[in-house]
Design a protein around this ligand. Structure first.
Ligand code: XMP
Ligand code: MG
Length: 181
């Protein structure tokens, strides 16, 4: 795996390699298997960033589960959140009475998760559990108690790879890379 990469005009250093991601995702799946044994949870992924996390996580889930997606965007291609959330794809399934597990690639300010959680809660799920692969503690603007599983806590620096993009590039990388400032 390359330690340094260039994406568009910026340089990134390897932060978390594929092996570490795999081990952590498997550990989260194990915890979910215990917590949701005998239930049929509904995984809801936040596109686009969650696609790899979702694929790798659910292949380790042993209880029968459903998988669906929603799409919201806040970055619109740059390095900074715009705070202006755009709902690009509404959730197509009825979640009333369901055990919902929301999967997000990264929680930065927490704005996106707060927006999604408020919306999902209005639809009366039986339970709502959030898994974020990455979390930037220094950037968080809200306390979000629904966030129960976090893959890695990282510095407040922009990252790409494993689903995350810079200018829509880098999503295919199997490691997570941090912006060199
Ligand atoms: P908030 O601030 O709402 O941000 O918690 C969450 C959303 O913003 C995107 N995001 C990032 N995307 N590298 C990225 O490629 C980052 O470092 C980063 N930080 C936030 C992401 O889409 C997430 O859903
Ligand atoms: Mg993005």
């Amino acid at each position: 795996m390359e330690n340094k990469i260039k994406i568009a005009d910026l340089e990134f250093n390897l932060l978390i390699d594929a092996e570490h991601i795999k081990n952590r995702v498997e550990a989260i799946a194990e915890s979910l298997n215990t917590e949701f044994a005998g239930k049929n949870p509904l995984f809801v992924g936040v596109l686009n960033g969650c696609f790899m996390f979702m694929a790798d996580l659910v292949r380790n889930i042993t209880t029968p589960c459903e998988i669906s997606f929603t799409k919201v965007a806040s970055y619109h291609g740059g390095l900074q959140t715009t705070w202006q959330l755009r709902n690009d794809l509404g959730l197509a399934v009825d979640i009333e009475g369901r055990d919902v597990i929301l999967l997000e690639d990264i929680s930065d300010t927490g704005n996106t998760l707060k927006f999604l959680i408020d919306d999902l809660k209005q639809r009366n799920p039986a339970s709502l559990t959030v898994c974020a692969l990455l979390l930037k503690p220094a950037a968080q603007q809200y306390h979000i108690p629904e966030v129960k599983y976090v893959g890695f806590e990282i510095e407040d620096k922009f990252v790409v790879g494993y689903g995350l993009d810079y200018k829509e590039l880098g999503r295919n990388l199997n490691g997570i890379y941090q912006l060199v400032l």
